[in-house]
Write a protein that binds this ligand. Structure first.
Ligand code: AMP
Ligand code: ZN
Length: 470
């Protein structure tokens, strides 16, 4: 498979360092609030990349961190008058509620920066010993001039960056591009003891150390939102390569922005919707569908209208699967495929081939979804026309759809059954009441039979219709 590498600006063949195994890291959220829909984009698209690589047979180790020491966390803790850990615990929990709702599989590891302070202190000391960092008054700075490739990810060089940087005359830095590895403690902030005094780590060194700890010195894929390319990822490269004298990440993947009215959705601009609110309005699975209907690198505009369209598309897929499941339960002839049915099932492999082709090309989920719609259209046509399909035929159709929707993590809301069954039963009961009100007794009886086939027993009581599972 080929992936677009920000560093080279090209699509390149994925060749893992260790054959068959992929080591991947994605920068995770800073946990001081609910995540917004923009934050959910990397979470969803890189979950799909991980699933797809597994589908293609790779053994994937996927790490996504939590940034749990940061100015914004400290601000919120001070505002609420509670310790920082209370804020981070709360929003890590809320993150998992949203991630699970969005059908995102937990990463192999979800480290928190504060669990790795020891590793950060070691890394900073080594950088100082190697002449790549210097301490001034309790702070430690990375010496960008000591890393000759500084700027290689974002395609800039140190001189140009320096020329463009605002120079602070009071700065103790040797170069305006030098960045903090360790920050001396200010009153009221969380801090840890260090050889340079009480303080806390800079954001960039956190990721470098967690990457090295869980995945090693050279990893296959490092991912994050496009805004992290510079300076965050550039600085991660400088630190890791200066430390380990080897390449840090072979692939750099960046998702495009989610915008509102063509402005990046962000906390600071105030133009954001939380995932929680959007999920209440449209459903978590509609948000996932909406994200995957576009290529992950393209800009994506958020609007209620597109969410509604995504939901409608998803509904078509759910309906197709429900119809097949219904046929399986109620309307299937014998256990053997007819030759024509077998031929039809064999023919469905073209959709899988096509799906792999588009997903192998920088995991183009937009085209992948288009392939799934074509597959569903063909299956709908075949089953609607079949007077008496066989069980293996219907099972084969169902499996062909599920195999591909599972790679994208779609249709999971239906899989966790109970709640959906309840909704379906209530809807049918309501339809039956309607039929009776219209004196359409035949239809009312038909619905009663349909419910009976689903194992549902109805009881007409003075308080209305009650139901139970038989
Ligand atoms: P933060 O919590 O701000 O560090 O962001 C967590 C992740 O969400 C990072 O990978 C960001 O690049 C990403 N992100 C933030 N805002 C957006 C947006 N509007 N569109 C896409 N990705 C975003
Ligand atoms: Zn990071």
């Amino acid at each position: 498979m080929r992936l677009f590498n920000t560093e080279t600006g090209q699509k390149e063949e994925l060749v893992p360092v260790e054959p068959g195994k992929v080591k991947m890291y994605a920068c995770g959220p800073t946990v001081y609030d609910y995540i917004h829909v923009g934050n959910a984009r990397p979470v969803i698209v890189f979950d799909v990349l991980r699933r797809y690589m597994e589908f293609r047979g790779y053994d994937v180790t996927f790490v996504q961190n939590f940034t749990d020491v940061d100015d914004k966390i400290i601000d919120r803790a001070n505002r609420e008058g509670v310790p920082c850990e209370e804020i981070t615990e709360r929003f890590i929990k809320e993150y998992f509620t949203d991630a699970q709702g969005l059908g995102v599989q937990p990463a192999t590891f979800h480290p928190r920066a504060t669990e790795h302070i020891g590793g950060m202190l070691e890394a900073i000391q080594t950088l100082i010993d190697k002449g790549c960092a210097y301490a001034v008054g309790g702070d430690v700075w990375f010496r960008t001039a000591a890393f000759k490739d500084y700027g290689k990810l974002s395609g800039q060089n140190l001189e140009d960056l320096q020329a463009g940087a605002r120079v602070d005359v009071n700065s103790v830095k040797e170069n305006p591009m030098d960045f903090a590895l360790w920050k001396s403690a200010k009153p009221g902030e969380p801090s840890w003891p260090s050889p340079w005094g009480e303080g806390r780590p800079g954001w960039h060194i956190e990721c470098t150390v967690m990457v090295n700890h869980y995945l090693g010195k050279t990893i296959d894929i490092h991912a994050g939102g496009q805004d992290l390319t510079f300076p965050h990822h550039e600085n991660e490269i400088a630190q890791s390569e200066a430390l380990n004298d080897c390449k840090f990440a072979n692939f750099w993947l960046h998702n495009g922005f989610l915008s509102i009215d063509n402005k990046k959705m962000s906390k600071s601009l105030g133009n954001f919707f939380t995932v929680r609110d959007a999920a209440n309005a449209y459903g978590y699975d509609a948000i996932r569908m909406f994200m995957l209907m576009s290529h992950y690198r393209n800009p994506l505009n958020y609007s209620g209208e597109i969410l509604v369209q995504a939901k409608a598309g998803l509904e078509r897929l759910y309906t197709a699967v429900e119809n097949l499941e219904f046929l399986l339960k109620n309307g299937c002839r014998g256990e053997l495929c007819s030759p024509a049915e077998q031929e039809f099932l064999n023919g469905l492999s073209v959709y899988k081939d096509r799906f792999i082709e588009v997903m192998d090309d920088d995991f183009n989920t937009a085209d992948g979804i288009a392939v799934i719609f074509e597959l569903v259209r063909e299956i709908n046509a075949a089953t609607a026309g079949a007077s008496d399909p066989s069980k293996p035929f219907v099972e084969g159709c169902l499996a062909a759809i599920r195999e591909l929707t599972d790679v994208l993590g779609l249709l999971y809301a239906q899989a966790d059954g109970e709640a959906d069954l309840d909704t379906k039963v209530e809807t049918l009961i309501e339809a039956r009441q309607q039929a009776r009100a219209n004196k359409n007794w035949a239809e009312a009886d038909r619905i009663r039979d349909e419910l009976k086939d689903m194992g549902i027993i109805l009881e007409d009581t003075p308080q209305g219709v009650k139901w139970k599972r038989g």
